[in-house]
Design a protein around this ligand. Structure first.
Ligand SMILES: [Zn+2]
Length: 230
């Protein structure tokens, strides 16, 4: 890591380390890829996705990175040494890992991806890659809270159709949604019980980025380093 690079990093922090996964958060603008690679040069190459608010899963089954960045909203890897990236600013970032294997996933879950089924798609891909649902742990990162996330009734009904836990209204009675709560509920329904949830609101927390709060290009970048045992 060079001084040149660290000077551009405003708030890098380690979110947590557990079961041979370390989650870092770095705040960056969307176009900062070379700097991000330089910052994490001592980790395996970063696996990226072009997030499109869908339910596509990019599966990483061989070491190294492909030159093409796939359109996807989840990356699932069975590699023992790999680095995965998910970017958010209000949407829900999720990291999933199997405690008994190297299988690891990052998921970008905005309301559209949530409704499209990106969470079960990622878990299904993890099981196909060798994970067991009973040994999957989850970390749900900070996202926009329901009080800051007024939505139209049509959007609310699509979200709530998947999880009643996401039903919310603002203090002045407008329809709202709690997608983070919906994600946690969906994971529990899928059989995942080990869930850590960072409940901070991206819009109300000055150190986080929020698209609704006016951050047009800045994104929180969650970098997950896997140093597995197999
Ligand atoms: Zn809020």
């Amino acid at each position: 890591m060079t001084d040149d690079v660290t000077a551009k990093i405003v708030r890098p922090w380690e979110v947590f380390a557990q079961d041979q996964r370390t989650i870092f958060c770095v705040d960056r603008t969307a176009g900062d890829d070379p700097d991000l690679d330089a910052l994490f040069a001592d980790l395996p190459p970063i696996q990226r996705m072009n997030q499109v608010h869908g339910c596509g899963v990019h599966e990483v089954s061989t070491p190294g990175t492909s030159t093409q960045i796939p359109d996807a909203d989840a990356i699932v890897s069975s590699q023992a040494h790999v680095t995965l990236l998910v970017r958010t600013a209000d949407c829900v970032p999720v990291v999933l890992w199997d405690r008994h294997s190297a299988v690891t996933a990052v998921v970008h879950a905005g309301w559209r991806g949530f409704v499209a089924g990106v969470i079960p798609a990622a878990v299904t891909a993890m099981i196909s890659a060798g994970a067991s649902v009973s040994s999957i742990s989850a970390w749900i990162g900070p996202s926009i809270c329901s009080q800051c996330y007024e939505v139209g009734l049509d959007v609310q009904s699509q979200i709530v159709a998947l999880s009643r836990a996401a039903l919310a209204q603002t203090t002045d009675g407008k329809p709202a949604a709690d997608v983070g709560a919906g994600v946690a509920d969906q994971l529990r329904v899928l059989g995942i019980t080990e869930i850590a949830h960072d409940m901070r609101c991206t819009k109300e927390t000055p150190s986080l980025y929020s698209a609704r709060g006016g951050d047009q290009v800045q994104r929180l970048q969650f970098v997950v380093s896997v140093d597995g045992r197999n």
